[in-house]
Write a protein that binds this ligand. Structure first.
Ligand code: URA
Length: 176
């Protein structure tokens, strides 16, 4: 089972789809090629490393990397429990599976990406899946553009231990 990579109290939680070969072998989410792209994008933000966590909707590697029917639904209670326990003030989805799992009425991924939604009152930012950027230049440009938005909207991610620091959340949600 591939459950989570990150600190016990992340301020921003990324949610992807399901582990791939590398993730399955190491027991950690996003440690393969997609994870490299994600980590590069995260590194460009000036957030503290201990502020960011990564997980997936589905916890086991699907056969032939195709999600079997019912996998998302079967893992859903654990996904919800994980998010509630980690208690991040902000979420970001990576790709359509994660977005649909947390925001069922969101538009399709290309339309939704780069915008804010919410899950149980927490702001949630939709991103494309990093693997999409390997498929086309258009998706890769879109990934970069949406990341610019995310970094601009979330310039600082103070840790829980940063007494008195102001968490400047996304527009309209500054009082996180
Ligand atoms: N793709 C995902 O959605 N999750 C991973 O952990 C790795 C690749």
């Amino acid at each position: 089972m591939v459950i989570y990579r990150g600190p016990p109290a992340p301020r921003l939680l990324f949610v992807g789809e399901a582990p791939g070969k590398e993730e399955d072998a190491r027991g950690l989410p996003f440690v393969g090629r997609s994870g490299g792209l994600l980590d590069t994008a995260i590194a460009k933000a000036s957030w503290p490393a201990e502020a960011v966590g990564v997980t997936n909707v589905v916890m086991c590697r699907p056969p032939r990397n195709r999600l079997p029917p019912g996998a998302v639904e079967a893992c859903h209670p654990w996904l919800e429990q994980k998010v509630r326990l980690l208690d991040p003030p902000v979420l970001a989805t990576l790709g359509g599976t994660a977005l649909r799992a947390l925001v069922p009425d969101a538009p399709r991924p290309l339309e939704a990406a780069g915008r804010w939604y919410s899950w149980e009152g927490r702001p949630l930012f939709a991103l494309l899946h990093p693997a999409a950027t390997l498929r086309s230049r258009r998706f890769s440009q879109r990934w970069d553009q949406d990341w610019e938005t995310l970094r601009t909207d979330l310039p600082v991610l103070p840790l829980r231990s940063d007494e008195g620091a102001t968490f400047r959340g996304p527009p309209g949600r500054e009082t996180l």
